[in-house]
Design a protein around this ligand. Structure first.
Ligand SMILES: C[S@@+](CC[C@H](N)C(=O)[O-])C[C@H]1O[C@@H](n2cnc3c(N)ncnc32)[C@H](O)[C@@H]1O
Ligand code: SF4
Length: 387
């Protein structure tokens, strides 16, 4: 259970989508004229060069193309980015290269090109396995396309994961259990299962406020969450993170870099990074608007709009926030080193007594981790421990 070295990851944000889903507040934009992909690929390579000067000599253990919809990237754009990574850093022989894909048939035509470029893990945004709910979620694919994309992805990539969203309008526990079983029949060894969140400034938020969108209440949400764990645990895909389930050894290494509070470069519009150099751990963020980001990179070599050195307290809070999402929890000694503080024993005892966290010994190190009940109120647990 001891966390190995977190690794060094590269996150590449592709900020375009074919259509905007009504629940989504990610940095994704719809463009009605073609995106100049060679120009974006050059800018991504330029921004990578900027970061390579700041954190040279690392070995890249994971690369993640996230979005938006990275499966709108041409294979040549993906290959250009991977070449640039290889020019600047050494790349681990078992590097994990993930690309997020939407299940539309147009996207699937590019799978073989991605594999040839070096992508070895696909993360498919399936979201639901019934057409009524896909429509309600505003998705532009149907179940038949999702099944087709899953099959093709299984034939093309060594590793496959897919995303599902639950706590949808009118969803019952029995519906959801049935759908999870279908998913398990199709699934490879990794599933990301997210509870629908009503995000501010989305169409769903407007509908929700107007009383036109009814989603499961907190009690039903908790029942759906517990059902998720029950069904996936029994199928050999336990949660290793609050929303991520995998067979042992099939965890997403890139996401583990974030949750184990490792170092990662973030390039592309609206990407975040955490880099250790000079005065300490830097939190970086780039311009969110894709065209503005492009012009910034072309003028200055990077599109950074934030580059802050984190205080020890901020680092401690971030490690708690990220690490407690993991089933393995946080290494208490590491938290104390990072934050320069000692965790208040009374708070820890109170949270333990109420069954929200537990402390375990692992290879001589003390770890604190959330229980299943703690996962359900994780924000409150983190706030309590960080106070
Ligand atoms: C930003 S998307 C990128 C992947 C791809 N564009 C897609 O949608 O399939 C990553 C994942 O976040 C999840 N997601 C986005 N907004 C959400 C929300 N409001 N509630 C729950 N999950 C959400 C979806 O499951 C989605 O697959
Ligand atoms: S959920 Fe995915 S496809 Fe939909 S708008 Fe967000 S990033 Fe784009």
């Amino acid at each position: 259970m001891t966390s190995p070295e977190p690794g060094f990851g590269i996150y590449v944000h592709w900020p375009f989508c074919a259509a905007k889903c009504p629940y989504c507040d990610f940095n994704s934009h719809v463009r009605h004229t073609p995106v100049d992909q060679p120009r974006f690929a050059r800018a991504l390579a330029t921004e990578l060069a900027h970061f390579a000067e700041r954190v040279p000599g690392r070995t890249v253990t994971s690369i993640f193309f996230g979005g938006g919809t990275p499966s709108l990237m041409e294979a040549a754009t993906v290959a250009g980015v991977l070449d640039a990574v290889g020019r600047h850093w050494s790349v681990a022989p078992d590097v994990e290269v993930t690309l997020e894909a939407n299940p539309g048939s147009a996207e699937a035509t590019r799978f073989i090109g991605y594999r040839a470029a070096g992508v070895n893990r696909l993360s498919l945004g399936v979201q639901a396995l019934n057409d009524r709910d896909l429509k309600r979620l505003g998705r532009i694919h149907d179940v038949a396309e999702a099944r087709g994309a899953i099959e093709l992805a299984r034939r093309t990539f060594p590793r496959l994961s897919f995303d599902l969203i639950y706590a949808r309008p009118e969803q019952t526990v029995a519906d959801w259990e049935g759908e999870l079983k279908v998913a398990l029949d199709l699934a490879a060894d990794h599933l990301s299962v997210y509870q629908l969140t009503i995000e501010e400034e989305t169409r769903f938020a407007d509908l929700f406020k107007a009383g036109k969108l009814i989603v499961p209440d907190a009690d039903l949400g908790a029942d759906l969450y517990e059902a998720t764990h029950r069904v996936l645990d029994a199928a050999g895909l336990p949660a290793y993170e609050i929303s991520n389930h995998a067979a042992p050894g099939a965890e997403c290494r890139h996401n583990l870099v974030y949750w184990r509070y490792g170092e990662y470069v973030g390039v592309g519009a609206g990407a975040h990074g955490r880099l250790v150099h000079g005065e300490g751990r830097h939190a970086t963020a780039t311009e969110k608007n894709p065209e503005k980001w492009l012009r910034l990179v072309e003028a200055h070599g990077h599109g950074l709009v934030a580059d802050d050195v984190l205080t020890l307290e901020e680092q401690g809070d971030e490690y708690l926030l990220m690490g407690l999402r993991l089933k393995e929890g946080i290494d208490l000694g590491r938290w104390e080193e990072i934050s320069g503080r000692v965790l208040d024993p009374k708070r820890l005892a109170d949270l333990t007594e109420t069954g929200l966290v537990e402390t375990v010994e692992d290879a001589g190190r003390r770890r604190v981790r959330a229980t299943l009940a703690g996962f359900e109120v994780l924000d409150a647990v983190v706030a309590d421990l960080a106070a």
